[in-house]
Write a protein that binds this ligand. Sequence first.
Ligand SMILES: Cc1cc2nc3c(=O)[nH]c(=O)nc-3n(C[C@H](O)[C@H](O)[C@H](O)COP(=O)(O)O)c2cc1C
Length: 213
Amino acid sequence: MPEFNNKAMYKLSYGLFVCTAVQGDKKNGCIINTAVQVASDPNTISIAVNKANYTHDMIKETKTCNISVISKEAKFDLFKHFGFQSGRDVDKFSPEYPSSSYAMADNGIPYIIEGTNAYFSLNVKQEVDLGSHTLFICEPAFMTVLSDVQSCTYEFYQSDIKPKPQAVGTTPKGETVWRCTICGYEYVGEDLPDDFICPICKHGKDDFEKIIR
Ligand SMILES: Cc1cc2nc3c(=O)[nH]c(=O)nc-3n(C[C@H](O)[C@H](O)[C@H](O)COP(=O)(O)O)c2cc1C
């Protein structure tokens, strides 16, 4: 009998997307890996967005968003900018964010033009409460191709874009600090729980290194 192995979850494949929304004067966006075409007639795309994300609340309120499809040319900075910080704390479309990186769609929502190969403007038709996430079931109002570069899968992000974690150090006598090699978040404690998820960038234990102070 094969044994239960939750590593099977890592065998599911995903694309990666910047999901952008606008509410009043506020423009924002986050990285998601959960945009999928789920029906063809009518053409339907679903996205699952964590309720903790600011973008989630903006989509729930405005019932519309854009999805920019990330390509293999994307830099790690794109993931850091949209995936490792919240629009609650920073303005992701402040003047420091280069205006050459994005353009405004007809629906008044930005889409990303650097490191992407297509974008969709989506209108939310239904919502399903999935506990941690809301599944927004959407109809595309517009879509276009921006480049012929291949789409970036989650696997390609893990193997070719995300910086490699460094080796774990030896346990010091005093305070043990585990640092997230992706975003720098530090956890203090001898043992990092197996199911620990970085509160900033949402990466797991494998991306933490033990550092000596
Ligand atoms: C590679 C990657 C994939 C992610 N996938 C998702 C996802 O599918 N759904 C989601 O809600 N958040 C996902 N996130 C996390 C959000 O992008 C992240 O929490 C973001 O900072 C939220 O920003 P906001 O609060 O401004 O909306 C992902 C992050 C990364 C780096």
